[in-house]
Design a protein around this ligand. Structure first.
Ligand SMILES: *Cc1c(COP(=O)(O)O)cnc(C)c1O
Length: 381
């Protein structure tokens, strides 16, 4: 089945009791048994919920995985993955990482004896140097936020499999429409469904898609044992979002390409970060492992100035100033003071995260209006 068909049909059956074409929101905490232990596969709603089950089947199909396990947020999903580790185990992660993921590793799991290393995975020699007998997990995020670097998933998987280390890819920025890490050898895929999968900025939810039955069993056990499950209404919202995932992401990518080109030509703009440009350092890798280049674009100003950037961000009307990404509406954000404020300025500047760097999550509006909105904002400075 091709992607667009899977997005609409995978995991979803008409409700057997009524014929309802849409999966009902099973807002229930428990299920009646006809005799002790005699039930229809559903005992208690932390353990099983039909709305959640439909979403899990849909996500597994979209990522070509064996199964998917859903959680109350992207970070709760990541937390479940880290719970598969034990004290003494080590993680190696990409260094340009979602701030919340970094925080979970360094502020919480470090206290339980799990050490995390951060490295630029372009350099497999550096990666191999960090591997030892305790290394149990390699964590990849690609494209990265906000610098939009691309990590070569296949290359890292080759190193990991030599040492029998599991690989998880945070696929939030690409979405399953653009990139399927399990097809490239990854063991697990993390999604913040809050972003492209939900797609309408109205829900927080996370998921892990796994390659094997063994991993599915382990993560379903943690899902039930630790209990960070999503509510059925949130599962419904993500299921509904998924039905238009391919249409939304296709359009958003198209818009982003035009906006990146517009920015590149603009006299007031400095550097534009977009993996679709031929001179992007990872352009060839992006072409190989993604179906398009995504809808995130970062740029800074020729005259690096936080106050000018602030003026731009406060004067756009269609690009709303907000954290998050992946919704139908376009957003603009300021990594230096918003998502990456906790990173020391010296470290930020080293990777190009300047005070005037702005990040766009390009939505699915008419691109001419989006460009006009930016044009008006630039005219203001
Ligand atoms: C938002 C995000 C997360 C965390 O997801 P939540 O649903 O907010 O918990 C993890 N990784 C990436 C890349 C994200 O953008």
């Amino acid at each position: 089945m091709k992607f667009g068909t899977k997005a609409i049909h995978a995991g979803v059956e008409p409700d057997p009791s009524t014929g309802a074409i849409m999966t009902p929101i099973f807002q229930t905490s428990t299920y009646v048994q006809s005799a002790p232990g005699k039930h229809q596969g559903f005992e208690y709603a932390r353990t099983q919920n039909p709305t959640r089950l439909a979403l899990e089947k849909s996500l597994a199909a979209l990522e070509n995985g064996h199964d998917a396990i859903c959680f109350g947020s992207g970070l709760a999903a990541m937390d479940a993955i880290l719970k598969t580790l034990s004290p003494g185990d080590e993680i190696i992660s990409t260094n340009d990482l979602y701030g919340g993921s970094y925080r979970l590793m360094t502020k919480i799991y470090s206290r339980f004896g799990i050490k995390s290393h951060f490295v630029n995975m372009d350099d497999t020699k550096k990666l191999e140097k960090l591997i030892n007998a305790n290394t149990k997990l390699i964590w990849i995020e690609t494209p990265t936020n906000p610098m939009l670097n691309i990590v070569d998933i296949r290359k890292v998987v080759r190193v990991a499999s030599k040492h029998k280390i599991k690989v998880c890819v945070d696929n939030t920025f690409a979405s399953p429409y653009l990139q399927n890490p399990i097809d490239m050898g990854a063991d697990m895929v993390l999604h913040s469904a809050t972003k492209y999968l939900g797609g309408h900025s109205d829900v927080i939810l996370g998921a892990v898609v796994v390659k094997t039955a063994a991993l599915a069993k382990e993560l379903h056990f943690i899902q039930n044992a630790a209990g960070a499950v999503p509510g059925p209404q949130d599962c419904f919202l993500v299921l509904r979002g998924i039905k238009t995932l391919h249409l939304r992401v296709e359009r958003a990518c198209k818009n982003a390409k035009k906006i990146a080109k517009y920015l590149q030509m603009h006299p007031k703009v400095g550097k534009v970060y977009y993996p679709g440009f031929k001179d992007h350092p990872n352009h060839e890798v992006a072409k190989k492992q993604m179906r398009d280049f995504g809808a995130m674009v970062s740029f800074d100003l020729k005259k690096d100035s936080e106050s000018t950037a602030r003026k731009i961000m406060s004067s756009t009307k269609l690009f709303s100033l907000a954290e998050s990404l992946g919704g139908v509406e376009s957003l603009i954000g300021h990594p230096a003071t918003m998502t990456h404020a906790s990173i020391p300025k010296k470290d930020r500047m080293k990777v190009g995260l300047t005070d005037s760097l702005m990040r766009l999550s390009v939505g699915v509006e008419d691109v001419d209006d989006l460009i006009e909105d930016l044009e008006n904002a630039f005219a203001n400075i």
